[in-house]
Write a protein that binds this ligand. Structure first.
Ligand SMILES: [Cu+2]
Length: 190
């Protein structure tokens, strides 16, 4: 019995120390880039009556990848799925403090383009595709109809940015009835 009691005391001490470590201020002050980016519900507004989805597309949202990211994601690790035929309004904001960025909808093919190409969907691009929209809060709005169904990339067309990982995914899906945002992490490669 004594042996058993000692074991449970040890287990309790162990659990307490793990808990204390997890809540320590040292861990809370780790750089933000270390924490996995989460989906923010504020990124998307859905108007079912007008079949319109409004998406906040934030260039350089975090320091990830030298700020070559959209909403804190790179290399296709976030996907916006939209029902076919819906209207998409993309409010582009350049949150980066240093670099200009842009966005356009291109076909899902690898390797990604090195710079601006014809958009895969009519009107689905920001102004100044290769020059980019200025850092520090520059804005533009893309408004287009999500058709035809297929797999697309939301891609920064400033030369080299897309190839450097600055792209996420847009899926136009005729089989869904509501838009959604999902995490689409790359399979681990070794
Ligand atoms: Cu860019």
């Amino acid at each position: 019995m004594v042996f058993v009691r000692r074991l449970s005391v040890a287990a309790a001490l162990c659990a307490a120390s793990v808990g204390a470590t997890g809540a320590s201020p040292v861990q809370a002050q780790q750089p933000a880039a270390v924490a996995a980016q989460q989906i923010d519900p504020k990124w998307m507004r859905v108007a079912t009556d007008t079949k319109t989805v409004t998406f906040e597309l934030i260039a350089g949202a975090t320091p990830l990848n030298g700020a070559l990211n959209f909403n804190g994601f790179r290399d296709g690790e976030l996907t916006l799925t939209v029902p076919g035929g819906w209207t998409v309004v993309m409010n582009f904001t350049n949150h980066d403090g240093m670099l200009s960025h842009s966005a356009e909808i291109v076909w899902d093919s690898m390797p990604v383009p090195l710079g601006a190409v014809d958009p895969a969907i009519s009107r689905a691009y920001t102004k100044d595709l290769e020059q980019g929209i200025p850092p520090g809060g520059g804005k533009d709005v893309m408004r287009f109809t999500a058709t035809p169904p297929g797999s697309y990339l939301i891609f920064c067309a400033v030369p080299g940015h897309g190839a450097g990982g600055m792209w996420i995914r847009l899926k136009v899906d005729a089989s869904v009835t509501a838009p959604k945002i999902s995490l689409t992490p790359k399979p681990a490669t070794r």
